[in-house]
Design a binder for this molecule. Structure first.
Ligand SMILES: Cc1ncc(COP(=O)(O)O)c(C=O)c1O
Length: 413
């Protein structure tokens, strides 16, 4: 990994925070943007400008071609069977809500069971909690093992014929464990259940092959993989997308309608893209895919694991850090800091690290059921990406060495 060369592509890495060179370890929340992605967004506003799928002039045709080119590229990135399986939207949260609403309105029956788990992000589980209340479905949870992982064994225990939808993250945003999706999908399909996978934390780091996984729906957000905010993808199997109807109606998703209410929708995927889309975001996502692919997901994952092992080894030597996910195969490191056996509130640790120019996340990380499983009020999360370095981790370790209750609570910005 040519990290020094890569870092030059990220203009924001030359800024300071709290008077120190920025160390950004909050990549699970969102990632920084390289110049080619920034250029793609600016290029749209500078030279393209038109809406997509609407105009009959050259500039508009150029937008259509760039937009549909991004769809093809995204399909290849996920190894979808065709570009029509890619729907652009505002991100993972929208995609997960879209699927929950479509299945609720068009496929599920009262009494059906939805299977989730207690490590899920709010965006994955809340649409189903709401649907269960409104429509008399039952939400059940796959038991987590003692590390907080989803295992095939526990999934088998939770699966039964009333389960109609399984919705879970491929990689947990708090503990960073990777769920055995392929096996889960095989077992769920044997029972006739659909599987919705939240790929928000996996797509930026791991090679994804939706055909090999055989998932029915898969979502991810561009901003977690160096792309722009406000744009994401809902992948769905073509047969399902053709069968389902959208939840949003509006411009350009319809072919015809008349005053009597007769409506003919466009074909998949355009029937799912009502209204003006985040065109600059889609073009930025396309540039982000090129950027990530030029580095290679295998290299990215291997490097993140190297950083994680380095941090855990050094962190354990300090003696005041407790790690919750040492064995997780991702660059997410979740920990708490102790002073004489007393846990320092995670937010105080994060605020203290900020005074050293270091950005980490603290609290419940939008997975509010997991704190009961871990039995802690919150945790600190350092989530690494390919532009982070061991030198930065050394600075984190130096800071954590001095993270006492007194230092963390008496912070003067
Ligand atoms: C596992 C997981 N799912 C869903 C989301 C929601 O993504 P977005 O905010 O981009 O919609 C996140 C964001 O943190 C996440 O980590």
């Amino acid at each position: 990994m040519e990290t020094e060369k890569i870092r030059k592509d990220f203009p924001i890495l030359s800024r300071t925070m709290s008077g120190h060179p920025l160390i950004y370890f909050d990549n699970g929340a969102t990632t920084l943007k390289p110049q080619p992605v920034i250029d793609a967004v600016v290029n749209y506003y500078t030279y393209l400008g038109a809406n997509a799928h609407r105009g009959d002039y050259e500039m508009s045709a150029q937008v259509d071609s760039a937009y549909e080119g991004a769809r093809k590229k995204t399909a290849n990135y996920l190894n979808a069977s065709c570009p029509e399986e890619i729907i652009f939207n505002s991100g993972s949260s929208e995609g997960l809500n879209q699927v929950a609403l479509m299945l609720t309105q068009q496929m599920l029956e009262p009494g059906d069971v939805i299977l989730s788990d207690e490590s899920e992000h709010a965006s994955s589980v809340l649409p189903w909690m709401h649907a269960c209340k409104e429509h008399n479905y039952t939400l059940e949870y796959i038991p987590l093992d003692n590390e907080g992982k989803i295992t095939v064994e526990n999934f088998k225990k939770a699966l039964h014929p009333k389960v109609k939808v399984v919705c879970l993250a491929q990689v947990s945003n708090v503990l960073g464990f990777t769920a055995p999706i392929k096996e889960i999908v095989r077992l769920a399909h044997e029972q006739g259940a659909l599987v919705v996978v939240d790929g928000a934390q996996s797509t930026p780091h791991l090679p994804i092959d939706v055909q090999d996984l055989d998932v029915d729906f898969f979502v991810f957000s561009a901003h977690k993989m160096c792309g722009p905010t406000g744009v994401g993808v809902l992948y769905g199997k073509k047969s399902l997308l053709d069968q389902l109807e959208p939840i949003f109606y509006g411009g350009e998703s319809n072919a015809r309608f008349n005053r009597c209410g007769s409506l003919i929708l466009k074909d998949t995927p355009l029937k799912y893209e009502s209204g003006t889309q985040p065109i600059e975001g889609v073009l930025g996502l396309s540039a982000a895919i090129d950027y990530i692919e030029s580095i290679g997901k295998e290299n990215i994952h291997a490097y993140e694991m190297e950083l994680k092992r380095y941090f855990i080894e050094k962190g354990k030597q300090l003696g005041n850090i407790h790690f919750y996910n040492e064995n997780a195969e991702s660059g997410i490191c979740t920990f708490n800091v102790f002073d004489n056996g007393q846990m320092i509130p995670s937010q105080d640790v994060a605020s203290y690290l900020n005074t050293k120019g270091i950005a980490v996340r603290s609290g419940t990380h939008c997975a509010k059921m997991l704190v009961d499983v871990l039995q802690v009020p919150g945790t600190c999360r350092a989530s690494f990406y390919f532009y982070n370095t061991k030198d930065e981790i050394d600075r984190l370790i130096e800071a954590l060495k001095e993270a006492t209750l007194e230092n963390c609570i008496n912070i003067f910005f």
